[in-house]
Design a protein around this ligand. Structure first.
Ligand SMILES: N[C@@H](CCC(=O)NCCCC(=O)O)C(=O)O
Length: 282
């Protein structure tokens, strides 16, 4: 019996794609506000097609379970969402009570960020996910970017067709020599923009890698992370197979996922051979 069902004892190539944990949004839908757990199709599709990996959900996973559940996966992608990170997480009151929140998602994802960094699990943040990483590591957000003197309105205009909503919106400058400049093939790129919040104070240990024309930080990396730990304010999941910058972003994420998968499966093999428990599965 192969102790490791997803790879033979001597093969390096696992038979299954790497597994990527995506969080669910908590929404109430329909005339009776029925609770649902939601994941945007384009995020799951970008993991499958762009990173050649398998998206997984752990519905209703709690912060206390994060360490153990991370041992089962090869990466985490924090998706965008119309909801905002609750400002209490960066010691502010809610400025606009009409804007949606998702405290259940916050409780999971903020713990997930810290665990990914501690356990060296590849982490990609997109839009809200980008903001979650900065807040989880001790930074803050502008709750209404367009109300900040000198900053632009980064929201997508209402009523546009999706192709326009997620099409190129503004240029960003990418840090010279950064991974993002490598993925973009230069230090300038056009990106889409669908956000009303944005980074205010950078978290300690987080480095800015991209800026909009108004100076707003649009991409970050977690300094000292031994594995892939990047986040962007824009949406590279949108038609990622048609945009070389977005495609290369997901290819790089996929490479990190496969490195982690090798480590995780070898740890499982060693555990099944020796019986010694592996610390975190990789
Ligand atoms: N609510 C935050 C984050 C915005 C965000 O994630 N937008 C994308 C929502 C739709 C999608 O998932 O594509 C903010 O307003 O800054």
């Amino acid at each position: 019996m192969n102790p490791n069902p997803t790879a033979s004892a001597h093969s390096a190539a696992p038979a299954t794609p790497p597994l990527v944990w995506l969080p669910a949004d908590h929404r109430q839908l329909g005339p009776n506000d029925m609770p649902y757990l939601l994941l945007g199709d384009k995020y799951a599709r970008a993991v499958k097609v762009g990173a050649q990996a398998q998206p997984v959900l752990f519905p209703l996973a709690e912060a206390a379970q994060v360490g153990a559940l991370l041992a089962l996966v090869d990466g985490v992608m924090l998706t965008g969402s119309p909801s905002n990170v609750h400002p209490a997480h960066f010691d502010e009151d809610v400025h606009d009570p009409t804007l949606p929140l998702d405290p259940e998602r916050d409780a999971l994802t903020l713990a997930l960020v810290r665990a990914c960094i501690a356990q060296q699990v590849p982490l990609l943040g997109i839009c809200r996910g980008f903001q979650e990483i900065n807040v989880a590591l001790g930074g803050s957000l502008h709750q209404t970017v367009h109300a900040v003197p000198g900053l632009m309105d980064h929201r997508d205009p209402d009523g546009l067709p999706l192709e326009q909503q997620y099409g190129p919106s503004h240029p960003v400058r990418l840090a010279e020599g950064s991974a993002l400049a490598q993925w973009a093939g230069g230090t300038q790129a056009m990106v889409n923009s669908l956000h009303g919040q944005g980074i205010g104070r950078l978290a300690p240990g987080v480095r800015a890698l991209a800026w909009a024309e108004d100076g707003l930080v649009e991409a970050i990396e977690v300094q000292g992370a031994t594995e892939f730990a990047y986040a962007v304010q824009w949406h590279p999941e949108w038609r990622c197979e048609q945009n070389p910058f977005y495609a290369t972003t997901f290819e790089a994420f996929g490479q990190a996922l496969r490195r982690r998968q090798q480590r995780r499966l070898q740890a499982q093999l060693a555990q099944s051979t020796t019986g010694a428990p592996s610390a975190t599965g990789a």
